[in-house]
Design a protein around this ligand. Structure first.
Ligand SMILES: Nc1ncnc2c1ncn2[C@@H]1O[C@H](COP(=O)(O)OP(=O)(O)OP(=O)(O)O)[C@@H](O)[C@H]1O
Ligand SMILES: [Mg+2]
Length: 270
């Protein structure tokens, strides 16, 4: 059953839709015989945090990789601020204000926190900035975002997973990302680290100028952080609901029902 059509409401209840910052329409993606994405239509409103959930292999990362320019879709189109765009690369998407934080983060472990903050950020004219200035800007920026690390001088390798994740997010925002794509930022993290990332996302939400898509497996966390949730099953969005209109129970029930159906089908065809 597809419940997507039943929920045309904007976060906060009925009324006109707020500005749509990003829209993916009828996106498909195949890897040889594997259909990763069949026909995905997804929208992201300005200032919204959208949770993307689904089983392992459902196509979540593939969708994010397409939205950040890392992979090209086989079909469908992407609209940014209402205009169709072809995202040629991650750098290209970044120049348009879409940035991604992968699970492996793409930070350089051997470099200091502040060097990482300025890495590949041509717009801030590194390396023309002096180390002193970079340190100060990085410190100010992390303080402003409430990212708690001992010093910007320490190598990233000496930080915890949560601190690294926070720096990757801060770096993306520092680079003026208007759309932030986070692939499982809460995976394999302790309670304190999870709290730190959640605080960071809450801060961004309050600022209102950054829109976020976040992939996560913990439905409780998703409903806590996100305004809206999309469920991806077999390469299609099968549920699109405001967080306030769904529950961990409902999401669990849908996924378990789907599992039972697949099991029945396998047994019937055996
Ligand atoms: N580069 C690739 N080459 C071949 N197949 C791929 C590639 N990337 C993804 N796939 C396949 O596409 C499907 C979707 O994968 P994807 O990584 O998007 O899933 P996911 O929803 O992110 O899963 P998980 O929750 O485990 O991270 C899977 O069947 C996967 O094996
Ligand atoms: Mg994934």
């Amino acid at each position: 059953m597809t419940t997507q059509e039943q929920v045309p409401l904007a976060p906060g209840g009925p009324g006109p839709l707020p500005d749509e910052v990003l829209r993916a329409e009828h996106i498909s993606k195949h890897f040889g015989a594997v259909t990763a994405l069949r026909d995905v239509t997804l929208r992201l409103n300005r200032g919204e945090v959208l949770g993307l959930i689904g089983d392992n292999g459902a196509g979540k990362s593939t969708l994010l990789k397409i939205l950040c320019g890392f992979q090209q879709p086989d079909g469908g189109r992407i609209l940014l601020n209402g205009e169709e765009v072809t995202l040629k690369s991650v750098m290209h998407a970044r120049s348009l204000g879409i940035d991604v934080v992968y699970q492996d983060l793409a930070l350089v472990n051997e470099l200091s926190v502040y060097h990482n903050m300025f890495l590949n950020r041509e717009e801030v004219r590194w390396p023309l900035l002096s180390n002193r200035l970079m340190r100060r800007i990085a410190r100010d920026h992390l303080d402003e975002m409430g990212v708690n690390i001992p010093s910007v001088n320490v190598p990233v390798a000496s930080l915890s997973g949560g601190q690294r994740q926070a720096i990757a997010v801060a770096r993306a925002v520092f680079g003026n990302a208007k759309v932030l794509l986070l692939d499982e930022p809460l995976a394999a993290m302790g309670a304190k680290e999870v709290a730190m990332i959640i605080d960071l996302i809450e801060d961004l939400k309050r600022r209102g100028d950054v829109s976020i898509i976040i992939i996560a497996h913990n439905y409780g966390q998703v409903l806590e952080i996100c305004d809206r949730v999309n469920l991806l099953q077999h390469g299609e969005i099968t549920l699109d609901k405001l967080s306030q209109d769904t529950s961990v129970q409902e999401l669990n029930d849908i996924v378990i029902a789907e599992y039972r159906r697949a099991l029945d089908e396998r047994q019937r065809s055996a």
